[in-house]
Design a protein around this ligand. Structure first.
Ligand code: GLC
Length: 696
C-alpha cells in the first residue's frame, strides 16, 4: 500500500494539521480529536484520530465517558488481569468515541515523589512491576481496535521545567531502571510511542538518535511509530527516529521534508519506513477495518459509558485500594454501625488528577452514597465536609466509627509543592470539573488529629496522586489509600470498607516517613542551570546520580526503617496468610501460601533477589509477584515463580546488551519489600544447551 502512495499522500501522514488548528475542535474532521491525521480518500484508509488519556477518554463533550482509576491506582492492584480489564474497558470507550489511538498508558517510573504526573503512570517506583503491568494495558487497549501509545519516552520523570530539563542518565540506569516498562510495551506490540518534552544528555528527546533510533528501535526492536508530544518537535528530526509530529506540522511538513529529500539529507526509504511503522499497527490492531468513506465524525458526541465500564471502574478501584493499617480489626465496618463521614466524601470527592489525563466523570458515585447504600436500616451516617471542625469533631464523637476522607491532587505541568495533604488541593487550580477537594483543603492533618482524638475508632481514607506523608499515622487505627480512584470511588471504597471486597492492593511506591526522605540534591532534582546563563535559556540538568537506587532500593541501601510511612509492596487483608515450604531449585522458586484467618481472601507474595556483590546491583530488587486465587480460611495454594534469564541479567554497557549474572544469589519471599517471610539462595553457574541458565 505504501508503494502505491504518492509522495504527497505519504508526507501528509507524518504530521498534524499545518494551519495551526489542532485539538478537539467540535466543527471539523481536521481537528476533531487531540491528534488528527486525515484518511486517504483515494485509498480509503481511515483517519488517525488520537485522544487523551491514560485513564479514559478526555473530550470536549463533558460527562460522556468514564473516569477510570488512574495509572498509579491500577498499579496498586499488582494484578495483570485487572490491568488488562482497565485497558480493554478504556479501549472500548475510545473505539465508541471514534478514536483509533489512545494516548496512553503512561509508563514513566516514579523517580521523583513530587512528580505531578505520577498519578497517571503504571510503573510505580519499580521497573519490574511496571514491566509486568505495561504489556497488559497495551494488550487490553489494542484488543478494541485502538492503537496504544506508550509514553513519555523517555526519562520524563518530573514536571518542573519539563520543556527544558535535560535528564542526565547513564546507559545502564536507562536500561535497568527506566526502560523495562517500555520494553514490555514493545513486546506487547504497542503500535506507537510518544517522545517527551525533556532533553536526554542535552539533546531533545524527539530528536535524540541515541534514545529514539539506537535504544528504542534498534536495541528494543520497536516496530511501530514515534509521535512527538504536543509541541515537542524542534527540527524535522525524521532521521533521528521521529516518525510523526503532533499536534501540527511546523517541522515534519511536506515543504521541509521535500527540501530534505531534494538535498539528499532525507531518503525516500526513511519516509517509507515511517509510513510502514504507522500502517503496520493499524493493520495489526484492526484500525484498517474502518475506511474513511464510512467514518462517522459524530461519534465524539456519544456518551460511551456502559454498565460494563462502570463495573470495571468499580472493581479495579476496589482492587487498587491498599489497606495500610487495621489495628484491632476496626475494619471491615458493620452495616448496622452509626458512622460519621468527614472530608471529601460528598461532591468534593477526589476522583482524578489534572492535566491532559483528566476525564470529567460521566457520573460520580460519592463515598457518602456508597456508604449509605451499604448500610442497613439499623445503620446510620452523618456527613461533615470538615470546614466546620467543631461540627466534624462532634459528629465523630457521637458515632461508632468516624471515616475521614482526605487527599490531594496533582497535575501535569508542575510538580507538587510537598507530599503533605495540606498542599495541592485547591479546586481553583483545576480546569474541567473543579468540584474536587471542596471542603477542608489546607488543614487536613489537623483535622485528622482532632477527629481521632474525639473518637479513637477512626478510619482514614487517602485519595492521593502518589506518595504522601502522614504525621498522624501512629494515632489512627485504620488507614487505606485508593490513589486517584476514578468516578466509581463511592461504590469501590464502600465495597472495601464493608468487606464486600477483601483488599488486595499493594503499594507501588514507598510512602515516606517525611518530606524528601531520599535526600535529593538540587542537581538530582529539580536540576541545575548553568551559572550566569539567563534563566529563560536555562537548559537545566537533572543528574540521575542515584542510578539504580530509586524508591525502596534507596531505603534498603540506607537501612531506613518505617515509623509513619509504609514500604513498597505493603498492603494488608482482612484475613492473614502464612508462607511455608520455600523451594529454590533450578531457577524456579515455589512456596505455599495458607489462609490462616477467618475470612476468604487473596494474597500477593513477592519475590526479591540479591545479586552477587560484584555486579553492583541494589541490595534487593523485585523479580516476581503473583496474586493467589481467593483462598478460603485454612485453604492453601502452591505459588511458583519462574526466573527467566533476563531476570538474572544486568545491562552490559560494553556490549550494549543484557548479560546474565553468575554466582550466589539471595532469594527472599515476602508480603512486602520489608515483611520478609522466607529466605533462600541460588547458585547460577553458567549456561547450558539452548541458552538455558544452569543452576547448582
Ligand atoms: C500533553 C502531554 C501528553 C498528552 C499530549 C496531548 O502535553 O504531555 O501526555 O497526550 O500533550 O494532550
Amino acid at each position: 500500500m505504501v508503494a502505491n502512495m504518492t509522495l504527497d499522500e505519504k508526507l501528509v501522514m507524518l504530521h498534524g494539521p499545518i494551519d495551526g488548528d489542532c485539538c478537539q475542535c467540535n466543527y471539523s474532521s481536521a481537528c476533531a480529536y487531540v491528534g488528527n491525521v486525515p484518511g486517504n480518500t483515494r485509498l480509503d484508509t481511515p483517519p488517525i484520530t488520537m485522544n487523551d488519556g491514560p485513564q479514559g477518554f478526555r473530550g470536549f463533550v463533558a460527562h460522556s465517558s468514564t473516569a477510570f482509576p488512574g495509572g498509579m491506582a491500577v498499579a496498586a492492584t499488582w494484578d495483570p488481569a485487572a490491568v488488562y480489564l482497565w485497558g480493554s474497558s478504556m479501549g472500548q470507550e475510545f473505539y465508541d468515541k471514534g478514536a483509533n489511538v489512545q494516548l496512553g498508558p503512561g509508563l514513566n517510573v516514579a523517580r521523583v515523589p513530587l512528580n505531578g504526573r505520577n498519578f497517571e503512570y503504571l510503573s510505580g517506583e519499580d521497573p519490574y512491576l511496571g514491566a509486568q503491568l505495561a504489556g497488559q494495558a497495551v494488550a487490553g487497549i489494542q484488543s478494541k481496535k485502538v492503537v496504544a501509545t506508550a509514553k513519555h519516552w523517555a526519562l520524563n520523570n518530573q514536571e518542573t521545567n519539563r520543556q527544558n530539563v535535560s535528564s542526565m542518565v547513564d546507559e545502564r540506569t536507562r536500561f535497568e531502571m527506566y526502560y523495562p516498562p517500555f520494553e514490555a510495551a514493545v513486546e506487547a506490540g504497542a503500535g506507537s510511542f510518544m517522545c517527551s518534552y525533556n532533553k536526554i544528555q542535552a539533546v531533545w528527546s524527539c530528536e535524540n538518535p541515541e534514545t529514539l533510533q539506537t535504544d528504542l528501535k534498534d536495541r528494543l526492536g520497536f516496530k511501530g511509530y514515534v509521535m512527538s508530544d504536543w509541541g515537542a518537535t524542534h527540527t524535522p528530526s525524521i532521521n533521528a527516529g521521529l516518525d510523526m509530529e503532533m499536534p501540527n506540522g511546523f517541522f515534519l511538513n511536506p515543504k521541509l521534508l521535500t527540501l530534505g529529500l531534494d538535498a539528499g539529507i532525507i531518503s525516500q526509504e526513511k519516509i517509507d519506513d515511517s509510513l510502514m511503522r504507522i500502517f503496520t499497527p493499524m493493520f495489526a490492531v484492526g484500525v484498517m477495518d474502518e475506511p474513511v468513506s464510512a467514518w462517522d465524525w459524530h461519534k465524539q458526541w456519544n456518551n460511551v459509558t456502559t454498565a460494563e465500564s462502570i463495573e470495571a471502574a468499580r472493581s479495579i478501584s476496589a482492587q487498587g485500594t491498599v489497606l495500610l493499617k487495621n489495628e484491632g480489626g476496626l475494619l471491615p465496618l458493620h452495616s448496622s454501625s452509626s458512622l460519621a463521614l468527614i472530608g471529601f466524601a460528598s461532591d468534593g470527592a477526589i476522583t482524578h488528577g489534572d492535566g491532559s489525563g483528566t476525564v470529567t466523570p460521566s457520573r460520580l458515585v460519592t463515598p457518602l452514597q456508597g456508604v449509605q447504600e451499604a448500610l442497613t436500616n439499623d445503620g446510620s451516617v452523618v456527613f461533615e465536609d470538615g470546614t466546620d471542625l467543631d461540627a466534624a469533631v462532634a459528629a465523630a464523637r457521637a458515632a461508632d466509627v468516624a471515616v475521614v476522607f482526605v487527599g490531594t491532587i496533582s497535575s501535569e505541568g508542575y510538580d507538587r509543592a510537598s507530599l503533605s495533604l495540606d498542599d495541592g488541593c485547591d479546586p481553583s487550580n483545576f480546569f474541567e470539573d473543579g468540584k474536587q477537594c471542596v471542603g477542608n483543603n489546607h488543614k487536613q492533618n489537623d483535622m485528622v488529629q482532632a477527629i481521632v482524638k474525639a473518637n479513637p475508632r477512626t478510619v482514614v481514607v487517602l485519595s492521593v496522586p502518589g506518595a504522601v506523608v502522614m504525621p498522624w499515622a501512629n494515632q489512627v487505627p485504620a488507614i487505606l489509600t485508593n490513589f486517584m480512584p476514578g468516578q466509581e470511588v463511592g461504590h469501590a471504597i464502600a465495597d472495601v470498607l464493608f468487606g464486600k471486597v477483601n483488599p488486595t492492593g499493594r503499594l507501588p511506591i514507598t510512602f515516606p516517613n517525611h518530606e524528601d526522605e531520599i535526600d535529593f540534591t538540587p542537581g538530582q532534582y529539580p536540576g541545575l542551570g548553568l551559572e550566569g546563563i539567563p534563566e529563560k535559556v536555562w537548559p537545566d540538568f537533572s543528574y540521575y546520580t542515584e542510578k539504580l537506587l530509586v524508591g525502596y532500593r534507596y531505603y534498603d541501601a540506607k537501612g531506613i526503617q518505617f515509623s509513619t510511612g509504609f514500604p513498597f509492596g505493603h498492603g494488608l487483608s482482612y484475613t492473614n496468610f502464612s508462607y511455608s515450604k520455600l523451594r529454590v531449585r533450578f531457577g524456579s522458586v515455589s512456596l505455599t501460601v495458607t489462609n490462616t484467618g477467618a475470612v476468604a481472601g487473596a494474597d500477593i507474595p513477592q519475590l526479591y533477589l540479591n545479586f552477587p556483590e560484584k555486579y553492583g546491583e541494589p541490595l534487593w530488587q523485585l523479580k516476581g509477584f503473583k496474586k493467589t486465587q481467593v483462598l478460603q480460611p485454612g485453604q492453601h495454594e502452591n505459588v511458583h515463580f519462574r526466573l527467566t534469564k533476563r531476570d538474572l541479567s544486568v545491562w552490559d554497557v560494553k556490549h550494549h546488551a543484557w548479560t546474565k549474572a553468575e554466582g550466589k544469589f539471595g532469594v527472599k519471599v515476602g508480603a512486602s519489600s520489608r515483611d520478609i517471610r522466607l529466605e533462600g539462595r541460588m547458585d547460577v553457574i553458567g549456561e547450558g544447551p539452548e541458552d538455558r541458565v544452569v543452576f547448582a
